[in-house]
Design a protein around this ligand. Structure first.
Ligand SMILES: NC(=O)c1ccc[n+]([C@@H]2O[C@H](COP(=O)([O-])OP(=O)(O)OC[C@H]3O[C@@H](n4cnc5c(N)ncnc54)[C@H](OP(=O)(O)O)[C@@H]3O)[C@@H](O)[C@H]2O)c1
Length: 257
């Protein structure tokens, strides 16, 4: 377990003692362990930017965010991301940190953490597609690269949802569940997350506020040209703090519930 992980104050709910970093993170696992179907995890600056000046979210991360991020991954069956994030952030096959493997196994999660990428084009880094553990690609029948993609990563790893031109988020989540991947961690980016929320498939949003003001032209954690109608209500579940970083966890009121 790295020794630079900070202790986390629990500001909400009230009365919970400070969470010291412990091997296997039993307290954080207990706090976040009731993992819902689809949990989103994002980071933002205080002025609402989803990226730093280099155009990546890595530059606005911090150790407190990393401490929770690694636990959320350990609790998931699959990380779901848009192709833009994979291309920008250079995603490769995922792994769970050694320290959290036992806790993951105890919750019945498989050893391997799957990566599922939503893309209409299949335009993904060769290092990812040709690696030892290629991702699941969720795409559309209209994708001109469909045949080549199936050949490259295996037919069973390419999921095609019914809509010819856009991946239907509901169908995507159903297709993952049909493979036994029910605990979904959506790591963005802002375009995909906006679609997932619009489609009413997100159960909760975890959001880290980095104590920075970056200005700049960057967008927010949802890239959504029109207002949601109705707007989606969220209810706070947790608020954690370390070194000026605030980490919120919010339940999304599902429209269909
Ligand atoms: N702050 C954070 O927590 C956070 C998290 C993640 C990413 N980011 C940042 O966000 C930026 C990327 O943003 P982005 O909005 O472009 O990322 P994105 O949502 O990851 O990617 C957009 C791409 O995903 C695919 N896609 C999304 N919805 C789709 C749908 N319904 N059907 C089919 N394909 C769909 C398309 O891929 P194709 O073009 O292949 O069709 C689309 O171009 C990066 O700079 C990254 O660093 C920030």
């Amino acid at each position: 377990m790295p020794d630079d992980l900070p202790a986390l104050d629990v500001l909400l709910p009230l009365g919970v003692p400070r969470l010291q970093p412990l091997p296997g993170e039993p307290e954080l696992i207990a706090l976040f362990g009731d993992s819902p179907g689809v949990r989103a995890n994002m980071v933002s600056t205080v002025d609402g930017s989803a990226v730093g000046a280099n155009g990546l979210s890595g530059s606005i991360n911090n150790p407190a965010d990393w401490r929770v991020f690694r636990v959320l991954r350990a609790l998931a069956d699959v990380v779901l991301v848009g192709a833009g994030t994979v291309r920008a952030e250079g995603y490769t096959a995922l792994s769970v940190v050694d320290d959290l493997r036992a806790a993951r196994a105890a919750l019945g999660r498989a050893d391997d953490l799957e990566l599922a990428v939503v893309s209409t084009t299949g335009d993904l880094p060769a290092a990812l597609l040709d690696g030892e553990r290629p991702p699941i690609v969720i795409t559309v029948a209209h994708n001109p690269a469909l045949w080549g993609l199936r050949k490259r990563i295996g037919r069973d790893r390419v999921l095609v949802t019914a809509d010819e031109h856009r991946v239907d988020p509901r169908a995507a989540v159903r297709a993952l569940a049909a493979r036994g991947l029910r605990h979904v961690l959506a790591e963005g980016g802002p375009s995909l997350l906006a679609r997932l929320i619009e489609a009413d498939v997100v159960d909760e949003v975890c959001l880290t506020w980095s104590p920075q003001l970056v200005g700049g032209p960057a967008g927010r954690i949802l890239s959504q040209p029109s207002w949601y109608s109705p707007v989606r209500d969220v209810q706070p579940l947790h608020l954690l703090h370390a070194d000026g970083v605030l980490l919120g966890r919010w339940r999304v009121a599902r429209l269909g519930a």
